[in-house]
Design a protein around this ligand. Structure first.
Ligand code: DGL
Length: 358
């Protein structure tokens, strides 16, 4: 009798163990996501919980950012690297190249499924677009920031980081290009821009629209960019240690050629003209831009308006001037594409093709 009950108990134990291990085997495999921290407000601290301006950016380390969101452990295997610790107004070529090379090295590893970059919001749109043009993987790269410092009441950093990690670890985000995830919204690197100096909903893709949402722990995509990015671009930073100098000449009423001439003197290889309206060229500036062109400097006509197409041969005879038009890229993004274009060629017809491709 005793032997029978022992056997029954053993059989029950084995059965429970088998079910347990089977359940473990069927548990969803969590993605491996690496967080590269660069600083910004998401890593910022203020004197009080109501300090949402006048705080210090780039003070909290990546381990503390991860520790502050224990829910991350339920959605991904997360590891962090402190790539730098700066306010993003101080981002520059060296930081972009460092970041891009690290992202490409990580994404080439089979045990990395996606990368999240925490970043100051002031230049998120520039870093995101630069990476969109030089990351050589279809795996998700998500850039995320915050509009309130980590010490603030209702800080947006933790939920933004949570949503960014979910998106970076998702299959849905594969092949979508570099993304900016903030305020529950997913925007494409090419078009997203900061539209408000302080509010949580600052990142938008005016007119062309965001790509989707991150809601209830799940990314939902409704559109995708039509422009080439990441693995489909012709740009490669592997052997680059510097980028060509490209400046932006901002236009306004009564502008004169002082800025253009200064950029030429400083050795600019390209100048983006942030024109008014459809990229209009003021009569006082046009000769300086033509003179710059004749010195081999590539001129791109963009617009300070920020939305819409700058049409070739519209407000200026680009064919005659041998200028390039930025299509829909705002001046700060046109600058990035021109910098990378100049690593390949100074041929304006080739560069115009690039502005119609990326
Ligand atoms: N100094 C700004 C920056 O690092 C703070 C803004 C922010 O990160 O939201 O971009």
């Amino acid at each position: 009798m005793y032997l029978k009950s022992a056997r029954a108990l053993a059989a029950l134990f084995l059965c429970v163990f088998a079910l347990g291990s089977q359940a473990q085997n069927t548990a969803p495999k969590l993605p491996n996501v690496v967080i590269l921290a660069t600083g910004g407000t998401i890593a910022g601290t203020g004197a009080t919980s109501t300090t949402t301006v006048g705080y210090t950016a780039a003070t909290v380390g990546v381990d503390a950012l991860i520790k502050a969101v224990p829910e991350l452990q339920k959605v991904a295997h997360v590891s962090g690297e402190q790539t730098m610790q700066i306010a993003s107004e101080n981002m520059g070529d060296a930081q972009w190249l460092l970041l891009a090379k690290r992202v490409n090295t990580l994404l080439a590893r089979a045990d990395v499924d996606g990368v999240v970059i925490t970043h100051g919001t002031d230049t998120i749109e520039e870093t995101a677009y630069f990476l969109d043009l030089v990351v050589k993987s279809k795996k998700p790269v998500v850039v995320v920031g915050a509009m309130r410092p980590s010490t603030a009441m209702s800080a947006d950093g933790p939920i933004n980081l949570y949503n960014a990690v979910i998106t970076a670890g998702s299959q849905e985000a594969v092949g979508k290009g570099v993304l900016v995830v903030m305020n529950d919204q997913i925007n494409a690197a090419r078009e997203v821009t900061k539209t408000n100096t302080t509010t949580l909903d600052t990142f938008k893709t005016p007119e062309l629209g965001m790509l989707g949402y991150v809601i209830g722990g799940q990314p939902h995509f409704y559109r995708a960019s039509t422009r080439k990015n990441t693995v489909d671009t012709e740009f490669d930073v592997t052997n680059l240690n510097a980028l060509p100098r490209v400046d932006i000449a901002y236009t306004y009423a009564n502008v004169d050629p002082t800025a253009v001439n200064a950029f030429v003197a400083a050795g600019a290889k390209g100048i983006v003209h942030a024109g008014v309206g459809d990229g209009s060229l003021p009569i006082k500036v046009r000769p300086a831009l033509s003179a710059a062109h004749d010195k081999g400097i590539v001129i791109v006509r963009s617009s300070r308006v920020g939305q819409g197409i700058v049409a070739r041969n519209g407000e200026a005879n680009d064919d005659q001037l041998d200028f390039v038009v930025a299509d829909t890229l705002n001046p700060q993004k046109a600058r990035i594409l021109l910098m990378l274009a100049l690593t390949k060629t100074s041929n304006t017809k080739e560069i115009q093709r690039m502005f119609y491709t990326y």
